[in-house]
Design a protein around this ligand. Sequence first.
Ligand code: PGA
Length: 248
Amino acid sequence: MRRPIIAGNWKMNQSPSQAEEFIRGLLAMDYDIQVERVLCIPFLAIDRAHDLLKTSDFFIGAQNMYFEEKGAYTGEISPTMLKDVGVTHVILGHSERREIFQEDDDLINRKILSALHHDLTPILCVGETEQEREGGHAKEKIEFQLGKDLQEVSHSEAERLIIAYEPIWAIGTGKTASSDDAEEMIQAIREWLSSRFDDAVADKIRILYGGSVKPDNIRELMDKENIDGALVGGASLDLQSFAALVNY
Ligand code: PGA
């Protein structure tokens, strides 16, 4: 049995003081404790968030990191720095990082290996553009990304991965993939993982859907056999809707 996850991706929203107020609100709500909750918070707010969340069962995620531990990498944040402030998860390869900041699969692969090496749980994002979907290349695209991003990852490391299937055309657009389309793609990811690793590993890896997930479509997605949770942007910034997502 794979434990369901709802992960909020706050993106570049919430200053440390706003984050504090929001988290106090979150802590006052009731949650289904079977659902793993991860908050992927802007770097600056993580330390304050950790003070508030350390006695709770929320996990704290970062939204990016560099692969080196320290050194002359102006503007970057390392895995050891993240660990020091209580981070357990890190989103890597988000389409906004790939598109706006030109991160390529080689860089993402180095980050994945580094996160695993430092005992951080990577949430690896993959997904196709609208054009690739219309051209019938959606599966080809994600298999290409997975192949590159997971190079040199061992079987035992792979079990700790979380993968998020996020069709780019569905992110922040209000267009969600239908639950059948999402399931089909996520099943294809699981099959790819079986052949890259083995059935036992593929069975353990949790695969999330992301892209305009809201309280009114979460149930249908979670009912699918292969969908283990959601990576949620916009709707994770509202207290009521985040709670409703967790309590789907
Ligand atoms: P969205 O973002 O829920 O606002 O579409 C999802 C994501 O980018 O992870």
